[in-house]
Write a protein of this length. Structure first.
Length: 276
């Protein structure tokens, strides 16, 4: 009887030792996970802070050009009361053009800030893509006519995406503006659905313009990245359009890439979630 009791006690002690070892191992594992999560959170916060600093620095730089131009034109008009009407009108028109560029820049910055800091404020709903593309074509009809641009929307009428109407408009509108501005005279823009899965559509947005040199491809979605800074500013570009496109696609749980098109130009391929 004593021997049996001793064996039971020994087994209990061994069980307690084993359980204590497992507890210590589990505790160490949890602590490691907590440290890892903290490190990832810290790195994420540091990345966000770094991006904010970069954005602030770039914004300050970008604001200088239109503000300085407007100030210079107005100072010339004020300090020369006898300036002829034609020259005055030219300066006023230039002021207006710079003020529009300034408004576009501020609007793009506001969109990016909201995407960064308050993405939960964007409400989703079913959005019909052919209707959206027709709306964009109406809004840019004058620009397309001026450059003889052809817009081919090869999307079935029932294609609908679960998303925010404003951001979805920004995705396709910014890509359209980019093709019109840099695609050249007579460019053809093509939008189509390449494929679909149970939950996502894969879209292609392409043009047959001159495209860009391959070394620029990895940087096209960077904020304020410009291939030709002088030309971009002349066209009224803010350098933020493609960054907004990428961030908007990511907010919709999609992904996006860009490549040189087979027929020239650029092709953007991205996924967006299907409407239920």
């Amino acid at each position: 009887m004593m021997i049996l009791l001793s064996i039971v006690i020994l087994l209990l002690v061994l069980a307690l030792v084993t359980m204590r070892g497992r507890y210590i191992h589990l505790k160490e594992s949890i602590e490691k996970d907590k440290v890892s999560m903290y490190d990832k959170l810290r790195d994420s916060e540091e990345d966000k802070a770094r991006l904010k600093r970069q954005l602030t620095q770039n914004v300050a730089h970008e604001l200088k050009t239109p503000v300085s131009s407007i100030q210079g034109y107005l100072e010339t008009i004020v300090s020369n009361p006898d300036i002829d009407a034609q020259t005055k009108d030219q300066f006023i028109q230039r002021c207006y053009a710079q003020s529009r560029r300034l408004s576009s820049l501020l609007a793009d910055i506001s969109t990016l800030n909201k995407l960064d800091d308050a993405p939960q404020e964007y409400e989703f709903q079913p959005v019909n893509i052919p209707d959206l593309l027709q709306s964009i074509q109406r809004d840019v009809s004058m620009q397309m006519e001026a450059k003889h641009v052809t817009f081919r929307a090869l999307v079935d009428p029932e294609v609908a995406v679960d998303g925010n109407p404003s951001l979805l408009y920004s995705i396709f509108r910014n890509l359209t503006d980019n093709s019109i501005a840099y695609g050249g005279e007579g460019v053809t823009i093509t939008v189509q659905v390449l494929s679909e899965s149970a939950d996502f559509y894969t879209f292609s947005f392409s043009d047959n313009g001159p495209g860009v040199a391959s070394e620029h491809i990895p940087h096209l979605f960077e904020r304020f990245y410009r291939i030709d800074k002088g030309r971009s500013r002349k066209m009224g570009g803010t350098g933020l359009g493609l960054a907004i496109v990428k961030d908007s696609v990511l907010l919709h749980r999609g992904n996006i890439s860009v490549r040189l098109g087979i027929a020239g130009g650029l092709e953007f391929v991205f996924t967006l979630p299907k409407a239920a």
